[in-house]
Design a protein around this ligand. Structure first.
Ligand code: HC0
Ligand code: SF4
Length: 568
């Protein structure tokens, strides 16, 4: 342990603790900008400077470890002037059109300027406007807002290891770029949006499509259907200042109804449907010699990754569309027939924790109903913006149910939102279909949690099935290399693009940390436990869909509406 004083107070902390964390222990909150929990950025912005007795220069508290006998001053004239100057210089090289900024009110630079009581800037604004990158349907990159903190670079290079964002040039010319001189669409970006959850300003953010949804809602000729992804019910409450891990299933349904959606449905229904198709596809491959290991295909950032970086392994992907897209295809055919409408009269909106879902919904092949199957995919953050716009007091909403039939789901559908969940849901069904016996224990805990790669085995009537789960592209790459080298002894692999699975998606509330991911995961399993049905094949609405329309899993109609092909 190390003893030191901070602002005259004695503190004892473990070795290698940063001054920043030691100060937190005694209730002192040093301002930061580039610092982000779980990331390795050290001292880029220097907003967190403090005085260390005996040192002639100020120290960045996030990257300076404590030492025995150290005396630290976190607030002094020098500290105040240094912090203000740093932020004023940032503002002088920044597009300060705050009123028209998507992050107005939630911008960390703005709140830092407020906190430092910056009321004027002695430095003249020297920003040279650069073009805004609108090349993808998922993300907007505005270099004029960038403060070069490096958080997005760390996300892209270290956490995801896609590596298309990097620091270029030095000194005053320093700039964050996506491939030298390229737009995101040409730079190999997979649209995961992890950079956008980490950005403290509005230098990279989701393409806001809320106005398109309002137009549809206000159009009396449209039947506007909404589906909401498994992960939203355990994250939306954070947008309304409730703690991470709050389950807000009933309030979510109530909010969507009050926004004016005509049918409030659930992607969890389609997740159950996916399990029926994907489970049978796995059995088909196991019994008739298809490509193994089969890999899940529901996470669109992951699909973008394998298509661009490992096209030689595309035959391993399940041909199943994602639940989002299965939902759209079913809503505009089966449900359209049920309510006597044509696909073009229906507008399907999905609420997703994901920026890549925007791209997925616009893929030309995702129109098997005859028109685009999902019209708009909004992120959690966009939904929260709509709820605030409409003046809905989210916390005070009553709990309401989802509508029938496409709002009926099981616990297996819910756990899709957490890493390991698709695997667990699939095994719950595959085991019972193959053995004809009820599962003795429903919870496959081996696949749960934030460990990078998880493995498990299951005995299916004498045949051993080895499974693996990876979340985040850096972990996925390790499994892909094993497959490429012929060293992967697995039959089934779940890969989710984002750390933690969809609960950690790129469209989730800003500043998702590992601690928050863990709380959302626990909440997802609470949802599962509370459901009366917990196995996809027991979903009565899915059973009815097969009986009335699709006939059986992997039928011709199922293939046409629920399966897809991939491109390289
Ligand atoms: Fe997911 Fe999904 S679980 S990808 O993470 O499979 O985005 O939440 O909606 O489609 O269901 C995201 C979350 C979904 C889909 C589902 C899958
Ligand atoms: Fe990198 Fe993902 Fe951001 Fe693209 S969306 S720049 S791949 S972190």
């Amino acid at each position: 342990m190390v003893n030191l004083t901070i602002d005259g107070r004695k503190v004892t902390v473990p070795e290698n603790t940063s001054i920043l964390d030691a100060a937190k222990k005694v209730g002192i909150d040093i301002p930061t900008l580039c610092y982000f929990p779980d990331q390795n950025i050290k001292g880029n912005c220097r907003v967190c400077v403090v005085e260390v007795e005996g040192s002639r220069t100020l120290a960045a508290s996030c990257s300076t470890p404590v030492s025995e006998g150290m005396a630290v001053k976190t607030w002094s004239k020098n500290v105040m002037n240094a912090r203000r100057t740093i932020v004023q210089l940032m503002l002088a090289d920044h597009d300060e059109d705050c009123n028209n900024c998507i992050k107005n009110g939630v911008c960390e630079l703005q709140s830092l300027a407020q906190r430092l009581n910056i009321q004027y800037n002695p430095f003249k604004n020297i920003l040279e406007l650069k073009p805004i990158d609108t090349s993808t349907p998922s993300l907007i990159r505005n270099p004029n807002k960038c403060v070069k903190c490096g958080r997005c670079v760390d996300m892209c290079q270290e956490t995801q290891q896609v590596g298309i964002l990097f620091d270029a040039y030095r000194g005053v010319d320093s700039e964050i770029v996506s491939g030298l001189g390229k737009y995101l669409s040409d730079a190999g970006c997979i649209l995961c949006g992890q950079c956008s959850t980490a950005c403290p300003v509005a230098a990279i953010y989701e393409n806001d499509e809320t106005d398109k949804v309002w137009q549809a809602i206000f159009d009396p000729s449209k039947r506007v259907i909404v589906q909401t992804a498994p992960a939203i019910r355990v994250s939306i409450a954070e947008e309304f200042d409730m703690p991470p891990g709050t389950v807000a299933l009933g309030q979510l349904a109530a909010a969507l109804r009050r926004l004016g959606f005509d049918d409030v449905f659930d992607t969890d229904f389609a997740a159950d449907l996916t399990i029926m198709e994907e489970g049978h596809e796995l059995l088909e491959r196991l019994q008739h010699g298809g490509t193994l290991p089969m890999i899940t295909s529901c996470s669109p950032g992951w699909i973008n990754f394998i298509e661009q970086y490992y096209p030689d392994l595309l035959s391993h992907l399940s041909t199943c569309k994602s639940p989002q897209q299965m939902f759209g295809a079913v809503a505009k055919t089966y449900y359209a027939q049920k309510i006597g409408l044509k696909p073009e009269d229906i507008f399907v909106v999905s609420i997703m924790p994901c920026t890549a879902k925007k791209y997925e919904s616009g893929r030309p092949e995702m129109s098997d109903s005859g028109v685009r199957d999902v019209d708009v995919a909004l992120t959690t953050r966009e939904l929260a913006r709509m709820i605030r716009q409409a003046g809905i007091d989210f916390a005070a909403l009553p709990e309401e149910p989802f509508d029938e039939p496409l709002g009926i789901s099981t616990g297996a559908g819910a756990i899709f939102g957490a890493t390991g969940g698709v695997m667990e849901a699939a095994l719950r069904t595959v085991y019972e279909v193959v053995t004809g016996n009820a599962l003795p224990v429903l919870d496959f805990t081996d696949g749960r949690g934030l460990k990078g790669i998880k493995e498990a085995s299951m005995d299916l009537d004498g045949a051993n099935v080895n499974v693996a789960v990876a979340h985040g592209i850096a972990n996925a790459k390790k499994l892909l290399e094993l497959i490429r080298n012929g060293a992967a002894d697995y039959q089934f692999i779940e890969i989710m693009c984002c750390p933690g699975g969809c609960i950690g998606g790129g469209g989730q509330p800003y500043r998702t940390t590992n601690a928050i991911r863990q709380q959302r995961i626990e909440a997802i399993y609470e949802v599962d436990k509370a459901m009366p049905l917990r196995k996809s094949h027991e979903n009565p609405a899915v059973q009815a869909l097969y009986k009335e329309f699709l006939e059986k899993p992997l039928s011709e109609k199922s293939h046409h509406l629920l399966h897809t092909t991939y491109s390289n």
